[in-house]
Design a protein around this ligand. Structure first.
Ligand SMILES: [Zn+2]
Length: 66
């Protein structure tokens, strides 16, 4: 039974990590608070799914070649 509990803890930790990752990646729209998804790399932009607002960040994601 200890093995089952151990596997359960591993699974819960994995789900929590995934949820945290999703929370960090998915930004909230500054205009309407809706879910926004990342689009664009130079700089990284967030497009709101609710109102269509585009939020530009200061993050520049390079692909190795600058
Ligand atoms: Zn919005």
């Amino acid at each position: 039974m200890e093995m089952v509990a151990f596997i359960g803890v591993i699974m819960i930790a994995g789900i929590l990590g995934w949820a945290l990752f999703r929370f960090v990646i998915q930004a909230a729209c500054p205009e309407c608070g809706g879910a926004a998804y990342a689009a664009g790399r130079r700089p990284v932009c967030y497009h709101c799914k609710e109102c269509g607002h585009v939020h530009r960040t200061n993050i520049w994601q390079s692909k190795g070649t600058n």
